[in-house]
Design a protein around this ligand. Structure first.
Ligand code: ADP
Ligand code: MG
Length: 281
């Protein structure tokens, strides 16, 4: 398996033709690929083994594969197959053509009913994961993709955890995620409930969709962490009272009083109607 430095396409495992780069994150590059036999398109996530080993993520990659095979859901990116070469691991995944939700927010905040449609889909995916004992731990708009019909798809289970990784105290202990989206109890090193931590991230995402900017932000990371610890944020004046109430219940710094998924789904803001067509702009 080789890929030209000039980006020219190459054939992978005699099966896929690699095309243009779709996106990248901390660990991976994701390319458009064509399955030669069917002519169908997939997204090919390519992870360098060397980098994985260097940062001690070998177990985590195995977990990512196991998790993605386990969580089949309309709002979760489907994993088709995993391949490996000497130096790389390849994930052939369902191609999501509309790009990251992140790109939509960078053009400005969303209408409240549009944000609701995305948020409902996010919560259904997250609730499904939690019911299977899977915690995502890196929910953020870069890891939420949107297809051509406006359907949201959660991806990147690269930092996820299983319920069986809970210690004796029934809590997870690995500090991970992306600072602006990370729950206060994850920063504090006393252990945390993975589902409550994911819900905090959903609260940050909801805020970002409605506001167009982050709830907790500072150039100095320690100042930002302090704001997260205190749940120190303000909703902009254009938030409806119902949205304000839900965001505030999700961004409760105390995980024990933070709103659970069932009550999120039961909240008045969540249950309001959504636009019938959600074709992305
Ligand atoms: P990392 O673990 O490095 O963050 P991700 O799995 O998040 O890798 O993929 C990096 C980026 O590639 C995503 O943010 C997105 O832009 C793009 N991408 C990932 N999966 C897909 C997919 N299935 N379809 C289309 N684009 C994707
Ligand atoms: Mg990512």
């Amino acid at each position: 398996t080789k890929r030209g430095e000039d980006g020219s396409s190459s054939i992978l495992h005699g099966k896929y033709e690699l095309g243009r780069l779709l996106g990248h994150g901390t660990f991976a590059k994701v390319y458009h690929a064509r399955e030669l036999q069917s002519g169908g398109s997939v997204a090919m996530k390519v992870v360098g083994k060397e980098k994985v080993v260097k940062v001690g993520m070998t177990e985590q990659i195995k977990r990512e594969i196991a998790v993605m095979k386990m969580v089949k859901h309309p709002h979760i990116v489907e994993l088709h197959e995993v391949m490996a070469s000497k130096s790389k691991i390849y994930f052939a995944m369902e191609l999501v053509r509309g790009g990251e939700l992140f790109a939509k927010i960078s053009k400005g905040r969303l209408r409240e009913d549009v944000a609701r449609a995305y948020f409902q889909q996010l919560i259904s995916a997250v609730d499904f994961c939690h019911s299977r004992g899977v915690y995502h731990r890196d929910l953020k708009p870069e890891n939420l993709l949107v297809d051509e019909n406006g359907n949201l798809k959660v991806t990147d289970f690269g930092l996820s955890a299983f319920a069986e990784h809970l210690r004796q105290d029934g809590l997870l202990h690995t500090t991970c995620g992306t600072p602006a989206y990370v729950a206060p109890e994850v920063i504090g090193k006393k252990g945390y409930d993975g589902s409550k931590a994911d819900l905090w991230s959903c609260g940050v995402i909801l805020y970002v969709l409605l506001a167009g900017f982050l709830p907790f932000q500072d150039d100095n990371i320690m100042v930002m962490y302090r704001k997260i610890y205190r749940g120190d944020f303000k909703c902009p004046p254009w938030f409806s009272p119902e949205a304000r109430r839900l965001v505030t219940k999700l961004l409760d710094p105390n995980p024990n009083t933070r709103i659970p998924t069932s009550k999120v789904m039961d909240s008045s803001w969540f249950k309001k109607s959504v636009p019938t067509t959600l074709v992305p702009k």
